[in-house]
Design a binder for this molecule. Sequence first.
Ligand SMILES: Cc1ncc(COP(=O)(O)O)c(C=O)c1O
Length: 429
Amino acid sequence: MNRRKFINQGLLGSSGIILAEQILGVRQTFAAWLENVVIPVRESNDFSKLRNEYLLSSNIIYLNHASIGTIPRAVQRARRQYLDICETNPWFYIWGGGWEEGREETRAKAAELLHCAPGEMVLTHNTTEGFNLLAQGLQLGKGDEVVFSSLNHPGASVCWFHEARKKGFKVAKFDFPVSDAADMSKQEILDLYDRHISKKTRVLVFPHVDNIIGLRHPAKELTALARSRGVEFVAVDGAQTAGMIPADMKEMDVDFYACSPHKWVQAPKGLGLLYIKKDVQQSVKPMWVTWGQERWKGSARIFEDYGTRNLPEVLTLGDAIDFQNRLGDRLKQERYEQLWQYTSTRVEHNEELVWRSPKSWSLASSVYAVEVKGKKSSELARRLFEGHGIVVRPFSTAGLNTLRISPNLFNTEAEIDKLCEVLIAAAKG
Ligand SMILES: Cc1ncc(COP(=O)(O)O)c(C=O)c1O
């Protein structure tokens, strides 16, 4: 951070400078903590040490990062310090340049994460808010159609039905053949969507990675398909992607991309991101309205809420992104693939277990679904947690009876072995 520029932002004279100096102090300490994080080396497979960087209880095997992530210790410490600074003089909150400057830094880091411009990045609270903003803000009416599949999460679906009732457009939701998804090719996925797009389709919605079987949709190709069929807007749910799998807005060419960084970016809960492409911003009406908002015309900032926000938390999101950057995309991609390969092979070699997720890494992610033949997934999930401290999520939707396993980098092969052992014992028992 540029120290002079930062301090000059303070509008409270010497008091503002004190605030800015305090925040800067946390930033500098945080940078030093980051330097001390021991980055695992893939070849030596020492990822378990990375777990020490987190507060996770030693009694649990946490394989549910797709529901909610855990914040690294360094990020959590910085977060506590921001919150403490804030409470020393809450009045600074309103006029202190330190918080405002920090928010814009977070926006810039989020834009870098998603490969877009800061003026295309809305700081929301979660993916659900992002989709509500779109469903309310897009000018849709009679004769228009919004298309998505049954793999779409409710957070990216319910708002469209609600708005459709008010405005008269149609929601064309189709069944994704989830039980056959493991063997589907990229072309079959594209053909499926192609069959459900019509001349009336104005919006296509899909999850980049869905939350049930972790199918990595071919986002770039799906967007190109939608455009070739005359679809005006492509809105993508990136809740399960940001921080786990690279997401490049320019390359995918989508119009909207909503995220929940509390999952794979390991940021504080209740902070979200929404990308709105510059060219389509004028097609969306802000969901929140308040005084002075006009000054943000021409920037995604106009879509943000203007009530009081938890700015110390927003600053922490920037630090969480820094932590992920310190780990590096290459290491993350290699490790996620390695764990996926290990688990899928382990599952496929046991006749009691069935792999329900895509069988090629290019269509898969660190979210996978496993069925235990003849056993109810909800009962198994309870048994895993109560008997062994293993946290996974059961699913019985879309005709499935699966456990969702969603490891992070620091989960180990030994933990996967333990999970499989318990499941096999349960199947035989
Ligand atoms: C694919 C997907 N979309 C949307 C959501 C909703 O996210 P949030 O509750 O943060 O709005 C989730 C949450 O698990 C999800 O997995």
